[in-house]
Design a protein around this ligand. Sequence first.
Ligand code: CU
Length: 270
Amino acid sequence: MIDSPSFWRPAPRVRLKQQLHSGYNLPQPQTIIAREIYDLHTLIFVICCVIFVVVFGAMFYAIFRHRKSVGHKAEQFHENTTVEIVWTVIPLLILIGMMWPATKTVIAMKDTSRPDLTIKATGYQWKWGYDYLTGDGQGISFYSSLATPRDQLEGKAPKGEHYLLEVDNPVVVPVGKKVRLITTANDVIHAWWVPAFGVKQDAIPGFVRDTWFKVDKPGTYRGQCAELCGKEHGYMPIVVEAVEPEKYALWVADQKKKMAAQAEVKALRK
Ligand SMILES: [Cu+2]
């Protein structure tokens, strides 16, 4: 397993609270896709609220003003073609108005073309393995396991700030670069999920799926496996360190040095 390099300092930590709970809303978006999802969520929510107010307003008004006790009689308009067309066309237009931006975002989410680097994430029961397939870091490969001490899991020690959301080897990526993430699994279905990136992709044994993200700001971003994958499903978090490209180059150089040293040791043992 590859240790975190000693010279390389992690970027300023984005507080977990900020990431997971921005009030009662979605986490603060950190990528263009996450921002689009966030805006879409707001737009659709507003549309739903307007429909709610209009429909219930009209209903309660009608119930109150036209009640039988003040002498109203029910209007009869069965098989009124105009009414039927109106209440079909209006919802249809509303749905098209919602579908248009949503479809654009879904298409953008799936556009993994022309990445700056490609990383393969493999789900294992119960950890993640990462292989850097293209880019400067090509050839880097490591496992990323839960780093929360056993004592905390067993309730013998107070829970730390990043309880169950900390790993020994985080995935390191440069900010402002398009990262294509390929997901697969070794045993059962897992899912690679980092809420702040707007990324959630199943990792399926025997299949290769992909997604992408481009992180705006340096920071530590956390997520979890999002597919029930066995008894330690909750113990395979994801930690992504997004760093400036210069820092990333230093990290890559350090990892490569370590890999070369490991290869030498192996050769000597033969
Ligand atoms: Cu899993």
